[in-house]
Design a protein around this ligand. Structure first.
Ligand SMILES: Cc1ncc(COP(=O)(O)O)c(C=O)c1O
Length: 497
């Protein structure tokens, strides 16, 4: 027997102070919740659309639309010549019973691999309002009108580009290959270039393609912390290798050549100390990779900004094209949010990486890729780079000179031939974390050098970005930093004596 539906069942709907918009959505949600909650039991007869429209002061079309939605989602059924009823198959177990028992929601279980990520040192949040952040380019110098023209051009081009290419848009890959051949001595064809959403994605992909669970990866200590999660997520184990002024201590690592399957290094400029890998060690590492069937990932994150000479030839260019995956990014040259980077793959890895990319994300959106290809083909990228190299060189000189003047005896420059930040060492035993914590409260984005260390006993120091800041901003940042450094060094001195 069907039960009649009483109008008081709709009183709460009428009493709602503010009706959700659109109204049909409000009525649909109301009826859906009542049906699922068992207040409108199976087999209850709903009022006719005319009756309900009058009662709720809604248009009849709105109520009709709601009934159609409830019908098509299986909540109600229509009986010929009789009306609409709450569906019979919504049994008690799914409605009243479910409601009365209020089952406890069990948390979704993360995989062991994801749970492991909690153990990894967190990355600093890049709050762009802060002063002296490392890795921030001069965003106000970016040629926005020209970029917008390139974006417009890309939008028009998209009409004609129908092919999906997992490795990236051929125009952009072609521009990158040409640029790398000319400026970095990289040996590659367009086919070897794979576009990624940041070098972070490229590394993640490379690790997942090259590591078996438990395989070891040599990394520099100190080094880029963003790599930790990518290695761990691929089931790999990070093995930290110290560096010295000649870069990665290949002599230490190669004492046991079977110890690792992969090496992740920054040969042009160690991150963050800025040391360049010597030619002897480059050749030793290449020899290791070739003879052991291993791979080197060369993270060339900001080699464009070498101020004391032309950019160095990449490791890949030293006959490393079969053993080295070269990784470059546009985050530092153009904009951190552009999220475009690339890998240059050894020819033998192109097909498997292409296949994997199809499974992973099917490639990236064409629009920013086509825009960047246009920007590069019109010489705007090269022009911007030339201007930024000049500007950053001047900003670096200003920062160095100001630190020397204001922090004599407190901060000592660790020389490097380029980059977007400088490292200044503090006296031994200083607490660089305490300085940075206090500096952050004053709106600064400097980093403690010790944060980048893994095992080697860390040097205390400050990593100070200059590229994105005018002389006035550098002055302002250093003025805020001075009392903090003085106070902290006094505390250290007191503890020591
Ligand atoms: C050394 C190093 N490698 C790689 C990256 C990641 O670059 P992307 O923004 O392209 O993911 C960074 C970012 O700052 C970096 O400092």
């Amino acid at each position: 027997m069907s039960q009649p539906l009483h109008s008081e069942r709709f009183t709460p709907f009428l009493q709602q102070e503010k009706l959700q918009r659109p109204r049909y959505r409000a009525l649909f949600n109301y009826l859906q919740q009542r049906i699922l909650g068992g207040e409108l039991p199976s087999n209850s007869r709903l009022p006719s659309t005319r009756e309900l429209a009058e009662l709720l002061k809604l248009s009849r079309n709105t109520v009709k639309q709601v009934y159609e939605m409830l019908h098509s989602e299986g909540y109600i059924e229509t009986r010929q010549g009789d009306g609409s009823y709450v569906a019979l198959q919504l049994s008690l177990s799914q409605t009243q019973q479910a409601r009365s028992q209020q089952p406890q929601i069990q948390p979704i279980q993360l995989s062991a691999m994801s749970a492991q990520l909690k153990e990894i040192r967190p990355l600093f949040h890049q709050d762009k309002q802060r002063l002296l952040l490392p890795a921030i380019p001069a965003l106000d110098q970016f040629p926005w009108p020209a970029w917008q023209r390139s974006v417009g051009h890309a939008g028009r081009q998209m009409r004609f580009s129908r092919d999906r290419n997992f490795m990236g848009e051929p125009q952009l890959r072609n521009e990158i290959a040409r640029y790398l051949n000319a400026t970095r001595g990289i040996r590659c064809t367009t086919e070897q270039v794979m576009i990624c959403s940041g070098s972070q994605q490229g590394m993640q992909l490379a690790f997942s393609m090259l590591l078996n669970p438990g395989d070891k990866v040599w990394v520099e200590d100190p080094g880029f912390p963003g790599i930790d999660g990518a290695i761990s997520n691929a089931g790999g184990i990070k093995v930290s290798v110290p560096i010295d002024r000649h870069g990665f201590r290949a002599d230490l690592a190669l004492a046991n050549p079977q110890a690792a399957r992969l090496a992740f290094i920054t040969p042009s400029r160690n991150f963050p100390l800025g040391y360049t890998l010597s030619i002897e060690r480059r050749l030793q590492l290449l020899q290791w990779a070739r003879t052991q069937g291993c791979c080197i990932i060369e993270d060339d994150y900001d080699s464009e900004f070498r101020f004391d000479g032309p950019p160095l030839t990449a490791l890949q260019g030293l006959e490393g094209e079969h053993s080295v995956i070269y990784s470059g990014t546009f985050s530092r040259i153009l904009h951190p949010a552009i999220r475009l980077a690339y890998l240059v793959l050894p020819p033998a890895l192109v097909a498997p990486f292409n296949q994997m990319r199809g499974f992973l994300d099917g490639g990236l959106s064409s629009l920013p890729q086509l825009a960047l290809a246009d920007f590069m083909s019109r010489g705007l990228f090269a022009g911007h780079l030339r201007r930024m190299r000049k500007l950053y060189k001047a900003r670096r000189a200003y920062l160095r000179q100001q630190v020397e003047q204001r922090f004599a005896g407190q901060l000592t420059l660790e020389p490097s031939d380029g980059g977007m930040h400088c490292v200044f060492l503090l006296p031994p035993d200083s607490d660089d974390n305490a300085i940075v914590t206090a500096a952050m409260q004053q709106g600064l984005g400097i980093r403690p050098l010790s944060y980048y260390y893994d095992q080697q006993s860390p040097l205390a120091g400050l990593v100070i970005g200059f590229a994105g800041y005018t002389e006035e901003q550098i002055d302002e940042g250093l003025a805020r930093l001075k009392p903090i450094v003085t106070q902290q060094l006094a505390i250290t001195h007191k503890h020591r004596s």
